[in-house]
Design a protein around this ligand. Structure first.
Ligand code: NAG
Ligand code: NAG
Length: 221
């Protein structure tokens, strides 16, 4: 606006200094300038609305990013992946007795840090619906009778029996039993595999015997 006023006074000044310039031409130039100002105002208001649109888009994008970030945060802290697999690595684990917790010594996967390969116990880092699988190789070894040897084992959740595993190795063949269960487990609960009805058997390793668990669904309580 200031620019136009300056121009205007410059023209008037010019016009007045020139005796020969008619009022007519001054009026024409004024009209021309008025039109210019109106055009500029239109353009300004158009630009102003474009800027507002841009700001709105920007806000929307920021909101979207914030939402995604908070979702990611929930995923990481509450619904994060919990999954483990551990295996028995020696060829045979001798002298497995009744109620012994079976120790799967080699950790293959332990996302969430719930499995302890020294104790053989999984401690749930979060409450939720979990799936557990166990596969055991029966290796009758030196303690076999004429019918070979049998192994029984149980998947235990705290004191609760979730499922049993059985395998019967003959004198010439080894045997493998397996079980899969799904259970609602609370944070801090223990899940492990223990042997039962066992007569000091050798348990087969070499990665035939494994214990696996993973969180299917996080639960708030
Ligand atoms: C004024 O304008 C007239 C015609 O419009 C012209 O003949 C004359 O020479 C001009 N005078 C000056 C001083 O410019
Ligand atoms: C046993 O678990 C610890 C801790 O997670 C790990 O560092 C170590 O490598 C594991 N040992 C084996 C043999 O998997």
């Amino acid at each position: 606006m200031a620019v136009f006023l300056c121009l205007f006074f410059a023209i008037i000044h010019g016009a007045l200094s020139e005796e020969n310039v008619s009022m007519d031409s001054i009026t024409k130039r004024l009209e021309y300038l008025e039109n210019k100002v109106m055009e500029q105002e239109k353009e300004n208001s158009y630009l102003r609305s474009e800027v507002t649109k841009c700001q709105m888009n920007n806000d929307n994008t920021r909101n979207l990013v914030d939402t995604q970030l908070s979702k990611r945060f929930i995923m990481d802290t509450q619904e994060g992946v919990i999954a483990f697999t551990a295996a028995i690595s020696p060829k045979v684990v001798d002298h497995v007795k009744d109620n012994d917790i079976i120790k799967f010594d080699t950790t293959i996967t332990d996302v969430g840090g719930g499995y302890n390969n020294i104790t053989g116990v999984f401690v749930a880092p979060l409450s939720g619906i979990y799936s557990f699988s166990c596969s055991l190789l029966d290796h009758s070894g030196i303690h076999q009778g004429p019918d070979g040897a049998m192994i029984h084992a149980e998947i235990i959740h705290n004191q609760r029996l979730l499922g049993r595993i059985f395998a019967h190795a003959s004198t010439t063949y080894r045997d493998q039993g397996a079980q899969t269960v799904v259970a609602v487990v609370k944070q801090g609960d223990q899940v492990f595999v223990r042997s039962v009805d066992n007569q000091d058997l050798g348990l087969g390793g070499e990665f035939y015997s494994t214990f696996t668990g993973h969180l299917l669904q996080f639960l708030d309580k």
